[in-house]
Design a protein around this ligand. Structure first.
Ligand SMILES: Nc1ncnc2c1ncn2[C@@H]1O[C@H](COP(=O)(O)OP(=O)(O)O)[C@@H](O)[C@H]1O
Ligand SMILES: [Mg+2]
Length: 281
């Protein structure tokens, strides 16, 4: 049957594609890239996250919103096990998997995990080094010495972070000489230089003026074609403008997780409705 033939051919073409050219295995049943199941998290005696279950899809922007102290940053830091560095902080129950691998499994290399999940913080934190060296930093740590490879990665990452045209003539001047918004894009360039799969951003624009913020938001939308992005923001307009999915948290619990449009236009939960319409928070 012609139909069968064409579908077989189609299958053959697909299976003969370069194996895993991208990290996506197209033959796998679609599943979330990051799966959080019934997660409880404690700082010493205080339980701050309660039974969080959330499935974060690949190559989308997922925003975490909710009032200050509701646990957004804590949950973000759980994803690359940054909380391991905090005394007394521990997962009480539940699990987090990335591509089906439990990130707390004893054979998971935390350094490798953090390479796959790059992080951009609220306050931009360039190193007191040149623009070039800021971006090359992670590759140098990995032992890359080849000059042309470094040059290529620096240019590609600065292009990716929307900063290349502004800095290409002064790559060897200090990163600290850039404006706040440029410094934050430099930090994004530094993050993408080591080719992470996921970028975690914790209020990346909260120290920036509206123009610099708009640039970062545009960038986030572009980066989505290559990376999975999870962004914490207390700015609801920002979540509405640049995310595909939004999770609303309140007092350490996930209240609602839906496509961003639904959360803002047609939320199911009355608490979500009250928050997005500005009645508390
Ligand atoms: N390092 C820490 N040690 C102890 N408690 C913390 C720590 N960081 C955050 N908390 C507490 O955990 C809760 C969630 O905080 P956080 O994740 O920072 O919330 P958000 O990012 O939504 O503002 C808050 O009650 C906060 O006080
Ligand atoms: Mg926070």
């Amino acid at each position: 049957m012609p139909v069968m033939d064409s579908s077989n051919t189609d299958l053959r073409i697909r299976t003969s594609m370069p194996a895993f050219a991208s990290p996506v295995d197209i033959h796998q049943a679609p599943r979330a890239l990051i799966e959080i199941e019934n997660l409880d998290f404690h700082y010493g005696p205080h339980k701050v996250l309660h039974e969080i279950s959330l499935q974060i899809p690949e190559r989308q922007v997922t925003a975490f919103i909710g009032p200050s102290g509701c646990g957004k940053s804590t949950l973000l830091r759980c994803l690359n096990r940054m909380n391991d560095l905090i005394d007394g902080a521990r997962v009480g129950a539940g699990r987090i998997s990335i591509r089906g691998i439990d990130i707390h499994r004893s054979d998971v290399d935390v350094i490798e995990l953090r390479k796959r999940l790059g992080m951009v913080f609220q306050k931009s934190n360039p190193f007191p080094k040149s623009i070039y060296e800021n971006v090359a930093y992670g590759l140098r740590i990995q032992g890359v010495r080849d000059r042309s490879r470094l040059d290529e990665a620096v240019e590609r990452s600065l292009q990716g972070a929307g900063l290349w045209d502004e800095v290409k003539d002064r790559l060897h001047t200090s990163g600290l000489g850039l404006s706040g918004g440029q410094q934050q894009r430099l930090c994004i360039a530094r993050t993408i230089a080591v080719e992470p799969e996921i970028i975690l951003m914790d209020e990346p624009c909260s120290a920036l003026d509206p123009i610099a913020t708009a640039k970062i938001e545009e960038l986030i939308k572009e980066l989505r074609s290559k990376f999975t992005i999870v962004i914490v923001t207390h700015n609801m307009q920002q979540a509405a403008r640049c995310s595909d999915l939004t999770a609303f948290f309140y007092l350490g619990r996930l209240v609602e997780f839906s496509p961003t449009r639904t959360i803002f236009m047609n939320p199911v939960n009355p608490q979500t409705e009250a928050y997005v319409s500005g009645r508390f928070g």
